[in-house]
Design a protein around this ligand. Structure first.
Ligand code: 5AD
Ligand code: SF4
Length: 362
């Protein structure tokens, strides 16, 4: 037993240096960290995994984040937008399988044609069944009016990753212009919280220029901001992006993977009752990566329900799993792995983050 580790794990409030220490663990100590995180998960949110059917609605994007394969400036990408029927087919799959929620994700656009279409689709999803799914949106920065319209149309959760809570690092991984302003990103997150969305954020882990101190600050940011949900995963370089030039400075991909698991575990310890998604990027590195994250404290998995023919076009990073994966057989296998990990699937429940209800009653 490592006495220092036990004393840090037993502290009621973790300081930045404790977080850096936990993020740097390896071997047996890392295993102990994961066990502790799983214990806390079991105690505060239950040994339960919620499925959210992920609908990658469109890869059209007006932004140019330096890390992202579908950035507007990448002319090699074939752009698509799902039809209503394709969206509804994915929703039907989720409902038929008794999954509580769906996530609509897309590149960022703020033109009225797009925002109105989303409003229409939200209403369609909500009126489709007597037991409509919970809806999470991940559609980037938007005006207060648009966020409100989407909320009124039935969305009640929103994911907007801060990517890095350190302004200077954020600015290194984004173009230096108004469309990619750190302050605007923060303001958008506050807007979502003010509008009463269940608000989620997250970061990429193992980016060039990023240190454990940055990641510890990210965890403190999430705590101070009082987020309800988090989705975070390893950074995976993409050759058609500006950040690719720093690929030789990155830690090995397996180390980024382990560090991402430690981030999940430490967040679970710091924020006991939030929902933590097991990022798809984990699976891109390790076939069972998402299930491993469940053992480290995550409690949400987002199986991809995007029609297979579009998978090739939604490469945020390289090696994204593109198998025609989320077939019935695949899902059965996933379920089995979840059970092996010690969890049950939260069928028929929206699976809202407990933290949201505690936070809003304050
Ligand atoms: N590696 C890992 N994650 C990425 N994202 C974008 N590009 C990459 C990459 N190269 C993540 C960002 C974004 C989310 C939709 O995908 O964090 O918020
Ligand atoms: Fe667009 Fe999102 Fe990619 Fe940035 S991360 S380029 S906003 S899709």
């Amino acid at each position: 037993m490592n006495a220092k580790l036990e004393s840090v794990l037993n502290k009621s409030i973790l300081e930045k240096e404790d977080l850096v220490y936990l993020l740097s663990l390896g071997g047996k100590d890392e295993k102990r960290l994961f066990e502790k995180a799983y214990e806390i998960k079991a105690k505060y949110v239950g040994r339960k995994t919620y499925f959210r059917g992920l609908i990658e609605y469109s890869n059209i994007c007006g932004k140019n984040c330096y890390y992202c394969g579908i950035r507007g400036g990448n002319k090699n990408v074939h752009r698509y937008e799902l039809t209503d029927d394709e969206v509804m087919k994915a929703v039907k799959y989720a409902l038929d399988h008794n999954w509580g929620s769906v996530v609509m994700q897309a590149g960022e656009r703020s033109d009225k044609q797009f925002t109105d279409r989303i409003t229409r689709i939200l209403k369609k999803i909500k009126s489709y069944s007597a037991n409509p799914p919970g809806i999470t949106l991940s559609l980037g920065e938007q005006s207060e009016e648009v966020f409100q319209d989407w909320f009124d149309a039935g969305a009640h959760r929103y994911l907007l990753r801060i990517e890095s809570s350190t302004k200077s690092l954020y600015e290194k991984i984004h173009p230096n212009n108004a469309a990619h302003s750190f302050e605007t990103r923060l303001e958008n997150l506050k807007r979502l919280q003010r509008l009463n969305y269940q608000t989620g954020t997250g970061v990429m882990i193992g980016m060039p220029f990023q240190t454990l101190e940055h990641l510890a600050d990210d965890l403190l940011f999430m705590r101070d901001f009082d987020i309800d949900m988090c989705g975070m995963g390893p950074y995976i370089e993409h050759s058609e992006t500006p950040l690719y030039q720093y690929k030789d400075q990155l830690m090995p991909i397996e180390d980024r993977f382990r560090l991402a698991l430690r981030m999940i575990a430490v967040l679970r310890i710091v924020m006991k009752d939030v929902n933590i998604a097991s990022a798809t990027a984990l699976q891109a590195i390790h076939p069972q990566g998402r299930e491993m994250a469940l053992k480290a404290g995550a409690n949400v998995i987002m199986p991809n329900l995007t029609p297979v023919k579009y998978h090739e076009d939604y490469h945020l990073y390289k090696n994204k799993p593109t198998v025609n994966e989320e077939t019935d057989l695949y899902i059965q296998n996933l379920e089995k792995n979840i059970q092996d990990a010690g969890d049950v699937v939260g069928y028929g429940e929206w699976g809202d983050p407990k933290h949201y209800f505690v936070r809003s009653s304050k």
